[in-house]
Design a protein around this ligand. Structure first.
Ligand code: ZN
Length: 151
């Protein structure tokens, strides 16, 4: 159980237990739905924008601890950021879990608290849980897909 203990670090457990920015947002500028069929995670992201800046973000849905905690931490991380900054964070977050060691080393410092998900890369199936919220947010921001899927 040692590895699982690492995976479900305290931050992840805390955000799963008490997700931040959880629930619908009134008058969102953008929304998108995400679904991870491998795990059954489903979530919806609501975004309010002022120009290119994320002024408010909420999410709702159901899923495993990793998917919910990742969505919760994401909402905290992107609030007040520009869409370009969000794109950069998404790439860094993705690199943290899928990149080679040098890529991960570069990505970690940009991510602050989000770096707790590095342990998830040991579990390829759970990577999809951790990145679901980000794929969904990207879909909401760029409107290139109304339904995000990690497949
Ligand atoms: Zn999951």
């Amino acid at each position: 159980m040692t590895v699982l203990t690492d995976l479900y670090q305290e931050v992840i457990l805390d955000h799963n237990r008490a997700p931040r920015n959880f629930g619908p947002l009134d008058h969102p500028d953008r929304t998108a739905n995400g679904h991870n069929p491998l795990c059954g995670d489903e979530l919806r992201v609501y975004v309010a924008l002022d120009g290119n800046t994320v002024t408010a973000i909420q999410f709702e849905g159901s899923g495993c601890a990793i998917s919910k905690a990742s969505a919760s931490l994401m909402t905290e991380a992107v609030k007040g950021k520009s869409t370009a900054e969000v794109d950069t964070m998404f790439r860094a977050f993705h690199d943290l879990m899928t990149g080679d060691p040098s890529v991960r080393e570069a990505a970690g410092p940009q991510l602050g608290k989000l770096a707790v998900f590095e342990g998830v890369r040991e579990f390829p199936i759970r990577v999809k849980c951790a990145t679901l919220a980000w794929h969904t947010l990207e879909a909401a921001l760029h409107e290139d897909a109304k339904v995000a899927s990690t497949e």
